[in-house]
Design a protein. Structure first.
Length: 307
């Protein structure tokens, strides 16, 4: 992995401030659990697996600063509700034991496992893509959003590494513009041809830009395959279906929530109205939506392609 969202050393958790991208590459050093919690809440770090990894290291910081682990765990669980990976990571740390070496080993394992899962998703998923594919995606799903090369963007990277000439069409992703600010930036860094469009252009782009496949990441997947991901994903899946374009979801097992039966049970984060408009009186601003399973062609996981 060349690009990294964060790393831990003796000084603290170093984190590339995603709020400043692409204008500025600014690194933060977080030394308290409250710093880490606020970084997750304010989106300095975002993307489901990256949130899980950062929270895991937040628990390591708790052992360093002497914050009771129950308190740190409760604080980090309150940061963002939708991404299952956050709760997966905190559950794994809770199960690992209460002493500092056990917490450190468990946190490092979460990060290492996610890096390996990204590589494996890339291997499995690359087989679904052919030379010349034009692939549409939403939000950000690369190295910034994970502990490895990425989920959906990771699959595209692996397919390209096999010599397939694949280009990306990135939705800008209203209202916070993760597509415009993060995916387009990461594609430029990695030399992946990327065309940026606004979210409303997706249907027309299917025809005009010759889109052949769609792949997105996920924040939480229910037992029936309903998939919570960035707001606008459901619309993209619907548009893909209408154009006969297969729609794939790339996600590690830490994103699957088998305790939840369907999309109706997935907690959807609602964010500040001011992100959408400073002047409207009434605004609805959910951060994620749920794509029904019948719109999804297959899941790409580290264990294989699952239908
Ligand atoms: O609000 P964000 O930026 O954390 O949302 C991120 C997404 O929706 C991603 O698509 C998702 O976490 C899955 S892929 C890493």
């Amino acid at each position: 992995v060349t690009l990294r969202a964060f790393f831990l050393d003796d000084d603290g958790l170093h984190l590339l401030d995603q709020r400043a991208l692409p204008q500025q590459e600014r690194w933060l050093v977080l030394r308290t659990v409250e710093d880490v919690a606020q970084a997750i809440e304010t989106l300095a770090v975002r993307g489901a697996p990256a949130i899980g990894g950062a929270a895991a290291y937040g628990m390591v910081i708790a052992t360093r600063t002497g914050m009771p682990l129950e308190e740190a765990d409760a604080r980090l669980r309150r940061t963002r509700p939708t991404a299952k990976n956050l709760f997966f990571a905190l559950d794994a740390i809770r199960d690992a034991g209460r002493d500092a070496p056990a917490v450190l080993a468990a946190a490092q394992k979460i990060v290492r496992d996610d890096e390996a899962a990204c590589a494996a998703m890339g291997e499995h998923g690359a087989a679904l893509f052919a030379d010349g594919d034009v692939v549409i995606t939403i939000c950000h799903t690369g190295a910034l959003a994970t502990c490895g090369q990425g989920t959906a963007l990771g699959v595209i990277k692996s397919a390209r590494a096999q010599g397939k000439n694949i280009s990306v069409v990135a939705l800008e992703t209203r209202p916070l513009l993760q597509g415009a600010r993060l995916t387009a930036w990461e594609c430029a860094k990695e030399g992946i041809p990327c065309t940026l469009i606004t979210d409303g252009m997706s249907a027309f782009a299917m025809k005009k830009l010759g889109v052949t496949k769609a792949i997105v990441g996920a924040d939480r997947i229910a037992r029936d395959g309903s998939t919570a991901n960035k707001i606008g994903t459901y619309a993209l899946a619907t548009v893909a279906k209408a154009h006969g374009v297969p729609f794939y979801v790339a996600a590690p097992q830490s994103t699957f929530d088998l305790e939840i039966a369907s999309g109706a049970d997935i907690p959807i984060e609602e964010r500040a109205a001011t992100e959408v408009s400073g002047f409207a009186t009434r605004v609805w601003n959910p951060a994620f939506d749920v794509t029904p399973p019948e719109l999804i062609a297959a899941f790409v996981t580290e264990r294989g392609v699952v239908t």
